[in-house]
Design a protein around this ligand. Structure first.
Ligand SMILES: Nc1ncnc2c1ncn2[C@@H]1O[C@H](COP(=O)(O)OP(=O)(O)OP(=O)(O)O)[C@@H](O)[C@H]1O
Length: 273
């Protein structure tokens, strides 16, 4: 394949070449639904080749390959410490000490388990922080509306509930109109009901805005409710890639979902009795 640099693409490591990413429309979608149309037809897929990352002598990512089509929702699972957040940080461009080839869309946004809001800035200012382009305030307010925080735009972050703060963090990611949305356990610290609400919100935002999503989660049910593919990381690589071919909205009681759950738990090394 001819090597060329694609404009909307960021290549994270300095020494690598950029190949043509797969055309989104050319790849059959694994889910039983029609995926949302990517916002930009030229939005590239994520391509990772031979990615390695070590901390001192300890190798955490070791020759990892990964492709994600535009608009695809991927859940990333694996045992604690297997390198999920490290991979997410590399994809986000927050860790530049990895080796290998990484191609990601230039427009990408991250939300972490802790919302990381600046306490001295009002909610809408947290969302608009660093925004370029016209009408940052209006765009921040619209994003806050979308995450159902229209009534808390001028609040101070410390007065928000955990779920509200998480939604503010999601608005901050969303307002950047990302082609790639990276979510690191965004529901892990929420109570069960708030978590379900947040999952519903993530699903509807994905359907409306159509970014590719990488969601790091320990929650098998969350992965199966939301994702087109459930990836299991082990030994520094993608050990398993499980397509979730169940139409949305998904019923956890659907026998297909139960079978996938057993399979995924098995891949994670959790035996059920
Ligand atoms: N900056 C760092 N310096 C040294 N070691 C690190 C650093 N960041 C991560 N590690 C180590 O790399 C390994 C992978 O960490 P990472 O946070 O990616 O795991 P994870 O799969 O996301 O774990 P968890 O599910 O518990 O959040 C861990 O052993 C961690 O201690």
């Amino acid at each position: 394949m001819a090597t060329r640099i694609l404009r909307p693409v960021t290549t994270i490591t300095a020494t690598v070449t950029v190949d043509d990413p797969p055309t989104p429309a050319a790849t059959a979608h694994p889910g039983g639904h029609t995926p949302p149309a990517p916002k930009r037809a030229d939005a590239p897929a994520v391509q990772v080749r031979g990615l390695s990352r070590a901390f001192g002598a300890r190798s955490v990512i070791d020759g990892l390959d990964l492709d994600i089509d535009a608009g695809t929702f991927v859940a990333l699972l694996g045992r604690s410490g297997c390198g999920k957040s490290t991979l997410l940080r590399v994809l986000a461009g927050l860790d530049r000490d990895a080796d290998g080839q990484v191609v990601v869309p230039r427009r990408r946004a991250v939300a972490f388990q802790e919302p990381r809001l600046l306490p001295w800035k009002r909610v809408w200012r947290n969302v608009s922080l660093g925004l370029t382009g016209p009408q940052p305030r209006e765009r921040a307010l619209a994003a806050l509306d979308e995450v159902e925080l229209g009534h808390r735009t001028t609040a101070w972050p410390l007065t928000l509930s955990g779920g509200e703060a998480q939604r503010a963090a999601l608005a901050r990611a969303l307002v950047r109109d990302p082609d790639l949305l990276l979510l690191d356990e965004p529901t892990a610290s929420l109570d069960a009901l708030t978590r379900l609400r947040m999952q519903g919100l993530i699903a509807s935002l994905w359907e409306r805005h159509a970014p590719a999503v990488v969601l790091v989660t320990h929650d098998v049910d969350e992965a199966l409710a939301l994702a087109d593919r459930a990836l299991v990381m082990r030994d520094g690589r993608i050990h398993a890639d499980l397509p979730v071919r169940v139409p949305r909205p998904r019923d956890p009681a659907d026998p297909q979902m139960s079978a996938l759950r057993v399979h995924l738990l098995d891949l994670l090394g959790v035996r059920q009795h």
